[in-house]
Design a protein around this ligand. Sequence first.
Ligand SMILES: Cc1ncc(COP(=O)(O)O)c(C=O)c1O
Length: 397
Amino acid sequence: MPNFENKKFLTDSRLADRVADIHSFIVVDFITRAKAMEAAGKSIVNLAVGEPDFETPSPIVKAAMETLKVNSIRYGPSLGSDALREKISDWYETKYGVDLSPGRVAVTSGSSAGLLLVMGVLLSPKDEVIMADPGYPCNRHIVRAMEGRTRSVPVGPNTGYQLTADLIAEHWTDRTVAAIVASPSNPTGTLISHEEMKKICSFVESKSGSLIVDEIYHGLTFGLDAKTVLEITQNVFVINSFSKYFGMTGWRLGWIVAPELFINAIEKLAQNLYISNSDIAQQAALAAFDPKTIEMAEGNRKKYQQQREFLLPRLKNLGFIIPIDPQGAFYIYSDCSAFTGDSYSFCLDVLENVGVAIAPGIDFGNYRAKEHVRFSYTKPINVLKEGLDRLESYLKR
Ligand SMILES: Cc1ncc(COP(=O)(O)O)c(C=O)c1O
């Protein structure tokens, strides 16, 4: 059985310590394995993947093609093109009624680069960042890459799998400089209520710390609209992306909204780390906020909702425990303790035996991670059904 955990390289003494500390992104490893199996002729149902199954909306693609016709693809300003920063700030007005200066927006190469830049401007060696366990795996590795330390806080159904102001207060130490939350969250799909977010903001502010709020799954909520933390305070770092709601994962484009004081520092790091963002992707993304694009994105949101409504009861019927119905993103974080105490081996076995890829909990932290798996419901219902039929036959064996 292949083992993706901490694979390769670890024996070479020339490698920096951080490489040993940074785990591979296990979901990505699983997806790579699933694709290799598919290429070898095996039929695979991929419920591990964390990206939209829909094509990038056509107005965005058309804008990219027009850009190519002019054929002047160049380096641009490190904080992103003025036109796109302006469009993003307009979006906050249209969507949330928040008046935001474009000068506080930094366009980044995916929100991954946004996270890297924010950690880069906030962390000195050994500074601590509080985050939820389970949570987005790369956060703790980005903190490590920037020589900071992660304080992982176990969260469960009692707090909606989210940090609360009380939990942050309980784990804040003299070394803590920041807390990061994601609402909706990956892997749990749960949100932080606006009331709780207010408490979190005021606690972090009282400690003169920094709050980072990952809003990358905004627009992908079901039965409610997520509010931005910018409705509460301007003293916050917001992370967002064109990847999910706008279906642009491969274009690698995201953004940060930062307190004004930090923009020059972010610019300086971006200049040095990658000069500027993809010019073509930025030109294309100007069309992301067009009414036609939004209409298409909203249509996709409705399909996700139907897919969620198909998958959720079916997983519960199979015996997965899901104490809180997720309200956003496109994930269902499920307790699989009825079937296994080792989610990693379970996911490998399911993949090898019935060709269904699901993500093991151990990618997202430690807390009860071996008893959880994450299902993505980005695929159409017929594919979800095939995956669940196969899983059912596996579990009945
Ligand atoms: C919570 C969260 N933040 C950030 C990212 C990074 O996405 P991207 O770099 O494509 O914007 C992801 C990707 O899955 C995510 O789930």
